[in-house]
Design a protein around this ligand. Structure first.
Ligand code: SAM
Ligand code: SF4
Length: 460
């Protein structure tokens, strides 16, 4: 989400006439998009920001992101930061920069019409400056209503706001026109996406080609949105994150299986494998629900890869309760997991609880889960050996190309010099590691796509 925010900020700066410098020390303005989800991310901001100011005292530093609205952070960084811009006021970025930095440029297309305080609508209308020419994050919403006990997001980003389906479809269409091969639809909880009914006028032929099913309230839900994005003509993949286990519907699982562009990769944060911990974290599902959901997903998408987030050492987590998370890891057979040691976040419900699991114990728990993860991920990856897979080439380093399968597996490929980055190629998987695959280019003619007209060796 922060990468996507930074891309929109960069788009806004470009419209104001800024150019990117190669080195931070050469900049006259630095915008820092901070993350306050974990203490470690917050500490990075305390390290980097004063360093930038020390190296160049005339630089203007703008701090945005999760930390910008926190009084304690403002106090701590008061000598280094010139402009504080809370994330839910980003819509006003253009106006603020113009005024505070005394820039004469017109506001152009900065979404100034909608830059009400606390609204992200105008901000999401800013044309982003995408980091990658192949794969783009497309935010479909912002904020969160779930108030998990440990999490700062609902306080830092506010309540859920969703982007109209029309805007999302227009952004994706623009990306595909430019030759993008992958769009990643992002929100804190994509499963609670809602947009008002899409109009015939704005979607034109798209609506006639595939009328989206409507849910009870007449709104477009995430499954509908996925179908609409899938119906956009072109050779591209669709990924999305994050899915909340309490909200992932059977309709969505069926839709992923039906949409030929939807990647078979699901990020489904479990957070814990013990029911009492899940209750205290306010996650609103049980381990049984989580495992049943995985079973349904794997039945519909047999090749799916599943990743998760988990927190170790939440206040009061006993060794016995942690064992249930270890058990969940063995049962779930994850492909990837982001394991975080709990850190108290100001203002959250859990911050009032005693942070009573020792740092060394948190580390031990993290390593124990990592050990299981490496085993299950390797076992999953070994199943790829000998298979022909379609891979999107993302980059090259020292003569080795790297890319991703539709299931999100990282692949290193030798010998693909005729196939520039940004193409889909067919490869044969030769060997597997826990978090990667090695492959060679497969010269056999690729099978005809099932539908949607994907060419395997497409040109940009
Ligand atoms: N919306 C996603 C979900 O429902 O799981 C998660 C988004 S959160 C920004 C990213 C991850 O950070 C969480 O899944 C959680 O594992 C981790 N996290 C959040 N707060 C944390 C805290 N106080 N301490 C440690 N890890 C935390
Ligand atoms: Fe945070 Fe929970 Fe919302 Fe995810 S669902 S962003 S963990 S409050």
């Amino acid at each position: 989400m922060n990468v996507s925010d930074s891309e929109r900020i960069a788009g806004c700066l470009e419209e104001l006439g800024f150019v990117r410098t190669e080195k931070r020390e050469k900049a006259n303005t630095v915008i820092v998009t901070t993350c306050g989800v974990r203490q470690s991310a917050e500490d990075r901001a305390y390290g980097i920001i004063p360093k930038i100011k020390k190296a160049n005292s005339s630089v203007k530093i703008v701090l945005t992101g999760c930390l910008a609205g926190r009084a304690d952070v403002q106090k701590r960084l008061k000598d280094s930061v010139d402009i504080w811009l809370p994330i839910n006021e980003l819509a006003g970025l253009g106006k603020i920069l113009r005024k505070r930095l005394e820039i004469a440029a017109p506001l152009a297309r900065l979404g100034a019409r909608n830059d009400r305080k606390g609204s992200l609508g105008g901000y999401l209308k800013i044309n982003p400056k995408y980091e990658s020419p192949i794969s783009a994050f497309v935010p479909i919403g912002n904020g969160c209503n779930n108030y998990c006990a440990y999490c700062v997001v609902p306080y830092a980003r506010g309540r859920e706001v969703y982007r109209p389906a029309e805007d999302i479809l227009a952004e994706v269409k623009g990306l595909i026109k430019k030759g993008y091969k992958e769009v990643i639809l992002i929100a804190q909880n994509v499963n609670s996406y809602r947009s008002s009914v899409i109009t015939q006028k704005t979607t034109g032929s798209l609506r006639r080609r595939s009328a989206p099913p409507q849910d009870d309230s007449g709104a477009v839900n995430f499954a509908d949105l996925l179908k609409m994005v899938n119906d956009i003509p072109g050779d591209f993949w669709i990924r999305f994150a994050t899915s909340h286990p309490k909200d992932m519907s059977e309709e969505l699982i069926k839709t992923i299986a039906e949409c030929e562009k939807a990647c078979h990769q699901i990020h489904l944060p479990a957070q814990a494998g013990d029911n009492e911990m899940l209750r205290r974290m306010n996650r609103k599902y049980t381990r049984e629900h989580y495992l049943k959901l995985l079973k349904k997903i794997r039945l519909a998408l047999p090749d799916v890869s599943i990743s998760t987030d988990v927190i170790v050492g939440f206040p009061g987590e006993t060794r016995k309760q942690f064992k249930n998370t270890e058990k969940l890891f063995r049962q779930a057979r994850f492909d990837q997991a982001y394991i975080s040691q709990y850190s108290p976040r100001p203002g959250t419900a859990a911050a009032k609880l005693k942070n009573n699991v020792a740092k060394t114990e948190k580390k031990r728990r993290e390593e124990a889960l990592m050990k299981i993860l490496r085993r299950t991920a390797l076992a999953n990856n070994k199943k790829y050996i000998g298979k022909n897979m379609e891979v999107l080439l993302e980059g090259t380093r020292k003569g080795i190309f790297f890319g991703k399968t539709k299931t999100g597996k990282n692949v290193r490929i030798k010998d693909v010099s005729n196939h520039p980055v940004g193409q889909f190629v067919m490869v044969k998987i030769k060997s597997a590691e826990d978090f990667g695959l090695e492959a060679v280019l497969e010269n056999k003619t690729a099978p005809e796509p099932k539908r949607g007209g994907r060419r395997i060796f497409n040109r940009r």
